[in-house]
Design a protein around this ligand. Structure first.
Ligand SMILES: *Cc1c(COP(=O)(O)O)cnc(C)c1O
Length: 456
């Protein structure tokens, strides 16, 4: 018999509390600012967009936050998710390293995103909200919120970035099957969408534009709130179930990571797997190296500025300090749609600034090659976003081989790629190419960052 490959926890071991890294930060986060007054925003400023329970989770420094029982009850549909030891991949690479991966593709939407969609829908229903508006790029977040909305009886309106609305009809079909209404963005439904279309009727859309549309709908309707699938502190908080479970499973495997790897779009799946370990290190425990992997075509952590910026293109959101390429920057249309965001979670940016995490960027073809190698060894075909984490983990395993060190590597396999077969077809056909962003456009977007006075 071979060594154990799969580490499963009983349903009763689904975490009862999320872990809040704000309790353990050596230096607090910079405040979120109102763009008009440049003063820190208070809970009341955010009340038109989010229910108070989520606003409080955004700012609390309590270490542990109870997970409501109705949320845990839905988590049981797919949690605890499995942790695997990648014996066959290790063998294929000829590495002395041990590779573990946490698989979040077992959720109904096929990624980690329902971990936060479900509590967000729950807290909104508790607050009497009838409708949620949101944006989606490739459709993973939209389908996760549509699923959660269906379970809690909340209507969901999704603004899907125009290019992906046209090119990826299956995610849209999934959202509509769950009962959500899905509109191509820019749309004629909002003032901001109409203003964009007036300038360019064939605009392909972007996440930044879709966020502006979804925020506008929530701000103008009392019964509607806004939901975001990444970036915000409460979203990262909800994702910590991933790392908390992984800790228990690694104890079963009698292993502990020397390196943890995750891909970063807005930072939520990365935070989910790494924050419980980083927190343990900040409280005196082991300090694994932490590696964020981002696309070379949208490299906010490795090429962006750590500065105050808007979260959206229409400048309706407050200002947050984060690694950003500039809110007017339009990333090229590569296939990992979930990683095409100009900014980064303030918490992840803060940890990078404090040198508590590292960041690397890879091009999409090398990431697809890694994903295919992974699928042929382990059987699971990763989402294009997850391929970045696979690539990062393989690079670490090859480093161990060169250095003759048997380290333990953990990574987050944040979703499967079953809705992304067009990208895999393009890869096999050799038509998938590496794209670089326009340096001039990046320089302009960075030069246009809002100027924020230094705090006294
Ligand atoms: C949305 C998504 C991402 C990017 O978002 P993060 O907040 O950075 O996790 C990555 N992988 C998958 C599978 C996604 O659906």
């Amino acid at each position: 018999m071979g060594e154990q490959t799969k580490f499963l926890l009983d349903e009763s071991r689904i975490p009862k509390r999320w872990y809040n890294i704000q309790a353990d930060l050596p230096k607090p986060l910079a405040p979120v600012l109102h763009p008009g007054t440049m003063k820190p925003v208070g809970p009341d400023d955010l009340a038109p967009l989010f229910p108070m329970a989520l606003i409080m989770q955004e700012v609390t420094t309590e270490r542990e936050i109870d997970i409501p029982e109705p949320v845990r009850d839905i988590y049981r549909l797919w949690r605890p998710s499995p942790l695997f030891r990648a014996h066959r991949l290790e063998k294929a690479l000829g590495t002395p390293a041990k590779i573990f991966y946490k698989y979040e593709g077992v959720s109904p939407a096929g990624s980690h995103k329902p971990n936060t969609a479900v509590p967000q829908a729950f807290y909104n229903r508790e607050a009497g909200i009838k409708r949620l508006s949101t944006e989606t790029g490739a459709g993973q977040w939209g389908s996760s919120l549509a699923f959660a909305g269906a379970l809690f009886g909340i209507d969901v309106t999704v603004f899907q970035v125009r290019v992906s609305y046209d090119q990826k009809p299956y995610r849209r079909a999934l959202m509509e099957s769950y009962g959500a209404r899905c509109l191509p963005s820019p749309s004629t439904e909002t003032e901001y969408g109409r203003s964009v279309l007036a300038k360019r009727p064939d605009h392909p859309g972007s996440l930044g534009i879709a966020i502006s549309e979804a925020v506008e709908i929530a701000a103008k309707n009392d019964d509607t709130k806004y939901a975001l699938g990444s970036v915000l502190n409460h979203v990262l908080l909800h994702q910590t179930v991933v790392g908390l479970e992984a800790m228990e499973q690694l104890k079963m495997a009698d292993a502990w990571p020397d390196v943890i790897v995750g891909c970063t779009g807005g930072g939520s799946n990365f935070a989910g797997i790494t924050f419980p370990f980083i927190g343990d290190g900040l409280r005196g425990g082991a300090k694994p190296r932490i590696v964020a992997v981002e696309p070379a075509a949208c490299p906010s952590l490795t090429r962006g500025k750590f500065a105050y910026d808007f979260g959206d293109t229409g400048h309706m959101t407050p200002l947050a300090k984060m690694h950003t390429l500039g809110s007017t920057f339009t990333p090229p249309g590569f296939h990992a749609g979930g990683l095409r965001y100009h900014g980064m979670a303030p918490l992840v940016s803060h940890l990078r600034d404090l040198n508590l995490i590292e960041a690397v960027a890879y091009h999409q073809t090398e990431c697809f090659a890694a994903g295919i190698q992974f699928a042929r060894a382990e059987g699971i075909l990763p989402a294009p976003e997850a391929n970045h984490a696979v690539k990062g983990a393989i690079e670490e395993a090859l480093r161990c081989k060169r250095e003759g060190r048997s380290q333990t590597i953990l990574f987050n396999l944040c979703g499967h790629g079953h809705f992304d077969m067009a990208a895999y077809m393009a890869y096999s056909a050799g038509t998938l190419t590496d794209q670089s962003y326009n340096e001039e456009e990046l320089a302009m977007a960075l030069a246009g960052l809002p100027s924020v006075p230094e705090p006294a």
